[in-house]
Design a protein around this ligand. Sequence first.
Ligand SMILES: [Zn+2]
Length: 89
Amino acid sequence: MKRLVVLAAALAVPAAVLVRTAGPWRLMASRHGIWITPEPRPSCPRCHGAGGWWDGDPTFPDMEACGCWAGRRSLSIPLLPYRVGPAPF
Ligand SMILES: [Zn+2]
């Protein structure tokens, strides 16, 4: 039932985007689609919820993503296509 309410709310308002975070997951829904993506875990002993850390040469640091969210699967369900307008240039 909750899924139907979320889907109906996303489809009722044209430009609305619903974003909810439940534990280590983020749900985003709009009329263009529904996305469920992993979030960093606040209790992760490696990143402490930050999602990663900076690594490598201090002048050119690289972001190292933590495995508590980077390797997990995500789900996207496309609904309505995006309208592509003319190019601005
Ligand atoms: Zn982590």
